[in-house]
Design a protein. Structure first.
Lengths: 385, 385
């Protein structure tokens, strides 16, 4: 039968900058980016800032206003900087997206203007989504403020909000036009957030990069003691691996593979089962421990290697057991496997380890082996090392 | 300063099929597409159908159920076919998108299942948007039922809904995975919809393809008399030109140019000023007439060529004058120029003609010349030819 075939490619390109004191009047990085892209027509800048970041950095909004007025004269700052609550819970309500879309409408922010999000992963997810659906996509800039968002979610191409409690049910794949990783924001993180973000670095090292794992192992104590240069290296290396994975694979996940989700099937479920008391990175650390022990039980990973993984996470301060793991004889957490299958579109694909730095995909997991791994975690975590 | 640069391309590919009686049990086209892409895991099919189409084709829902059961055994039809009102007005309410997203959630439609929209441009816009934002993009299939959607919007990459009365304020660029143009649906269109869709064909011929304009001129009477093979040729040729324009240019409109919007700055405004009593294609015909006369006034187009354009549209049955054109001394319609500038992101780009089949972009239009063109339209339309 007669048909036409449409074929085209769309090229995406964006820089990820690493800096400190982004809005110091001596730092030209942010201004250079915008002044370079300024044209004859005046563009607008709409800022949305995480309320937790404003609390930790009370001078931030003034600094932004002063900086833009002095250095980014080609753009018009919308004086009404939106300050919105961050965190996973905020993604459950449609309010934030509605507030941002409403501001885009009221202030006449067009497709060639910029929406700038400052905050953790949740704020960036909400800002990215609101920008993506307004005018079929307004340019958005991310300024991630947590370890997790600087090394992982903030440099990627996804956005999303929850719908009826379902995580990221609404969202799109739309890259930012630029990411600014400012290490100054890391200094005010609480210890839990500082630590939690390292879980994604451990994850990507374990499935892709043995040398990075060895570096993490060597520097675990420094990281636990909040050594900033060590954390900056971790973030840079992890972001680089994450970016290469996206560019080298299936950026908009049109296929079924999600290799970067190592340790995540149980992590997503544990977050939910603990009403998000467990933060994402903390849950991922437990998920990594579980799938590491599972890999060991299959005979794919030596006991010594599995111990190194678990001990690294303990040195960083992670707790690797959570009572919800065996609530209801583990039936609750095992539901996470079914939900992960559904999320992937019917076929389960799980990453396991055949060595430190080597991930391999499988399409099934055995419930009784999972229960054994949980029992092992419970045993080792309840005893002093 | 230290930075990483992310770079990748995403390839999009989809077929546009031309057929008749798509759901006749003897037509394997639809089944072949889905059976080819079926894998080990069972996918679902969620249909959303324009209520106007169901009225004109009361047997359609039964035909779909019978067809899928008989021929697309690899997929599970969701029995609850959603029937929703179409038309531009429907895009003003968030209800349809909410209904579709809710069904995607309730019936567990995953990213590798399919959402199929059947109807005019508005239904397809709403279905495409709901699919695009659910699970970060569920595969969607378009079955356009009007001339306009079969030759223009339905084969493209945009979706959208209105927000606070602003046309397509919310939307994304996401291509369908397949388009099925079924000529049977054209036979039940009322005369206005049959005619209105030809305006986009005249538009694309005028700016890109002299031979196609000559064909339209030669076949205007046949088209006006509802000759189906002539209309099928028009749709195929117009869709092909539209697809090539998208693939050869800037598919997701990251730049500022919108060359396919010839005649549209006033058309969008006239639709709104008439409370959408004027259909999109009817408004586009007036917009084409206006910008053709404007091109003539600039000395870019001969009077004979301008007359051919206007006479072609008259033969097709279009009315080329609408009283709103000079309401409030034309100040109302001229606002459309400012709104078009804002929609494009600050710099105005308007397509005009330097010949039949040759468009050229300009960045300003003169109000008094526009008023002269309006006066000329009013004069010629109020006199018998």
């Amino acid at each position: 039968m007669d048909h036409l075939q449409q074929e085209f490619s769309v090229r995406f390109s964006y820089p990820i900058f690493f800096t400190s004191d982004l809005f110091a009047t001596t730092n030209s990085l942010f201004a250079d980016f915008f002044n370079k892209s300024a044209g004859a027509v005046r563009r607008k800048l709409l800022f949305i800032v995480d309320s937790g970041v404003v609390e930790a950095h009370p001078q931030l909004l003034d600094s932004i206003r002063t900086y833009v007025a002095q250095h980014v004269a080609a753009l018009d700052l919308i004086d009404d900087v939106l300050v919105l609550p961050g965190g996973e819970i905020a993604k459950n309500s449609p309010d934030a997206v509605e507030t941002i879309v409403d501001a885009i409408d009221r202030y006449g922010v067009d497709r060639h203007s910029f929406v700038v999000g400052i905050g953790g992963g949740s704020i960036l997810d909400m800002v990215g989504y609101a920008a993506a659906i307004s005018h079929r996509g307004i340019r958005h800039v991310r300024i991630p403020t947590t370890v997790l968002s600087q090394n992982d979610s903030g440099v990627g191409v996804k956005n999303g909000v929850n719908y009826r409690g379902k995580k990221n049910f609404l969202g799109t794949f739309v890259p930012p036009v630029a990411v600014f990783n400012d290490s100054t924001f890391l200094t005010t993180l609480d210890d839990r957030d500082w630590r939690a973000g390292t879980a994604e670095a451990i994850k990507v090292a374990l499935i892709k990069d043995r040398a990075f794992f060895d570096w993490l192992d060597t520097n675990a104590t420094a990281l636990a003691q909040r050594d900033l240069p060590a954390m900056q290296y971790l973030i840079h290396r992890c972001a680089d691996l994450h970016l290469k994975h996206i560019a080298g694979g299936d950026p908009f996940e049109m296929g079924s593979s999600r290799p970067l989700d190592f340790g995540h099937w149980s992590a997503h479920k544990l977050e939910q089962l603990t009403d998000f008391e467990l933060r994402h990175g903390e849950a991922v650390a437990i998920g990594i421990a579980l799938d590491t022990l599972y890999s060991q039980q299959l005979g794919w990973l030596s006991e010594a290697d599995a111990d190194r993984v678990l001990n690294l996470m303990r040195t960083l301060g992670f707790s690797l057991y959570q009572p919800m793991l065996d609530a209801n004889d583990s039936a609750d957490v095992l539901k996470g496997l079914a939900e992960f299958r559904e999320h992937l579109g019917g076929q389960l694909t799980i990453m396991l380890l055949t060595g430190l730095g080597t991930g391999v995909e499988v399409h099934e997991m055995d419930d009784s082996r999972i229960r054994q791994a949980i029992a092992q975690l419970k045993r080792t975590e309840s005893q002093p090392a």
